[in-house]
Design a protein around this ligand. Sequence first.
Ligand code: AQP
Length: 346
Amino acid sequence: MTDAVQTQSSPGEFKQRVFSGIQPSGGLTLGNYLGAIKRFVDMQENGIETLYCVVDMHAITVWQDPAALRRQTRELAAGYLAAGLDPARSILFNQSQVSQHAELGWIFNCVARMGWMNRMTQWKDKAGKNAEKASLGLFAYPSLMAADILVYHATHVPVGEDQKQHVELTRDIAAKFNHDYGVDFFPLSEPVIEGAATRVMSLRDGSKKMSKSDPSDASRINMTDDADTIAQKIRKAKTDPEALPGETEGLKDRPEARNLVNIYAALAEQSVDQVLAQVGGQQFSQFKPLLSDLAVAKLAPISGEMARLMQDPAEIDRILGQGAERARAIAAPILARTYEIVGMIR
Ligand code: AQP
C-alpha cells in the first residue's frame, strides 16, 4: 500500500508519518479526547499519513478481564470513528493484530537499559510500592511503545503531556540502536503536545491526572456519560472559593480552577486568555453551568455516534482488520530490515 517506507536514511530525511495509540484499559475519558483523539483528528486533516492504534497489548500489562477487554477495544475504536477519524484516510487498527510490534519490542528490550525504565514516572506511579508484584510487561511498557512508533518509522507522535517521557525514551532507544549498529535506520520521533488541555486533571484533585483507571468515577468525564451525569460531575468538581480571574496569571496556584478553564478553552477551541476575557469575575456557580452546557454540546454527538457504532461490532472488527493489513504492509519491511541489521538469518 505504501511506496514511502524508507529503510535507510538519516533521521532528518524520513517521510512525515504520524503514529499514536490509546490503551483499551477502560472507557475513554475527556482527558484522552482532548489530550489525544482531538489532536489525532487535527493531524489527519493536515494530510499527513496517520496511523492510530488501539494498544491492546499495553492494556494487559495490568489485569484485564477478557470480555471487558474485547468490549473496551471496540468501544475505543468506536470513539476514534465517532470523533472523526476516517478509516479511508487514517490507518485504524488494534496492536495485537500486527505482530511486528511485539517482535520489534523484543529487540528493543535488548537495546533499552533497566536504569532507563526505572526512571519512568508512569512505572513509578503505577507500580508504586508494589513493584515486586507488578508485571514484567508493565516495566517494559515503554520499550513496546518505542516499537509501536518505530516499526512505522513514525516521525510525529501526538500525545498528552503524561506521555512525553515515553516518547523521549523512544528517541533514546532509536539513537542507541542506530549507534550500536552503526546505522541511521530509526528516526528520532518528535512528541506533538499541543492545545489548551494537554494535561486534563482529575475533577476531584487538581494535582492528579484525569485517568480511565482512577477508582473514582466522579474524578473523570467518560465519553459515554449522558448529559445529566456530565452536569452532575462538573457541579461537584472541586474548586476554590475565589471568583475566576481576568487573566491567565491569576490561575497560578489554583489547580482546580485552571483545570476547568483549560477544559473550557479546549472544548471551545479558544485560548485561555480569550476564555478569561469572557468569564473573568464569575463565581464557579455561574461558570460551571456554562462548562457543562459546552461539554454536553461537544460530547453528546460523539457519545451518540459511539453508541450507534457499538451496535454493529462486526463492522468495527472489519475496520480494525483492514487497518491491521495496511499497517502490516508498512511494518513488515521495516522489521525485516531490522532483523537483517541485527544479524538474524531469515
Ligand atoms: N488526563 C489527560 N490529559 C491529557 N491527555 C491524556 N491522556 C491520557 N490522560 C490524559 C492521553 O491519552 C493518550 C492515551 O493514553 P493511554 O490510554 O495510552 O494511557 P494513559 O496516558 O495512562 O491514560 P489513562 O487514561 O490514564 O489510562 P490508564 O488509567 O489505563 O493508565 C495519551 O496520549 C495520553 O497522553
